[in-house]
Design a protein around this ligand. Sequence first.
Ligand code: GLU
Length: 292
Amino acid sequence: MTKPVFRFAPSPNGELHLGHAYSALVNWRMAQETGGRFLLRIEDIDVTRCTPAFEDGIYRDLAWLGLEWEKPARRQSDHFDDYREALEQLIDAELVYPAFMTRGEVRTRIAHDEAEGRSWPRDPDGAPRYPGDDKHLSLAERRGRIAEGAPFAWRLDMRRAMAHAGVAPRWDETGQGPRGETGIVTASPQDWGDVVIARREIPASYHLSVTVDDALQGITHVVRGRDLFYATAIHRLLQELLGLPVPSYHHHDLIVDDDRRKLSKSRGDTSLAALRTTGATPADIARMVGLG
Ligand code: GLU
């Protein structure tokens, strides 16, 4: 039997905090208990927000916690060609389209509909779904606008993608979703509308890179925070469209602050580096996240 493969996949756009420590430790312990492998992936496709200093901080904090990952860690910014190849498959299958509407145009379009009493659909994160008017541009119009240098993103044509996949994808959830979903879950990618798959200057989005990398790294168990539970529907759909293997998923609790809000990278007081300078030990961190 092949060994289970786990991964912890932080973005180096801030310092790791207690929420990351919890996720890394849960992955690490599951790998230990199952005799599995533990990989680290640096999710740095957003080259404007990710920095080498934050990346070094990740290595330092995880080593301090006592975790050992296979070296070298995969850095997404070193693998844009892999994402480009997947994107090209989706372009060739006509499952993505160049979306030109700016944020302002989207807002105006939605405000117009809402003023007429029509409620605009929201995605599971509460953001308005993309209007998708430019899905109907002709090939010549698309080419013309791209040649003019108009900014655009590649968006999934959700309706076509669902039709192409045939059946609604499912996954095996060994943790729990926000509404207690567990066991075999039927994905509803349509709830997200036409999600961004890649940008003009970066051939990937979070959804595309995470799906491609989980497959290329042979991840068998995706263990991550519950905030990504509904996004799994998109990852499952992309796996169907790209013919990729399907891992099992385990969405764990989120570590929240005193006001029951998810911890964020901008709040320095729970950062591992700050806790370390005040004398906290790795055992203290494990206790603080309930894994003592
Ligand atoms: N890079 C994502 C984050 O830092 C996690 C992605 C994942 O685990 O699928 O929130």
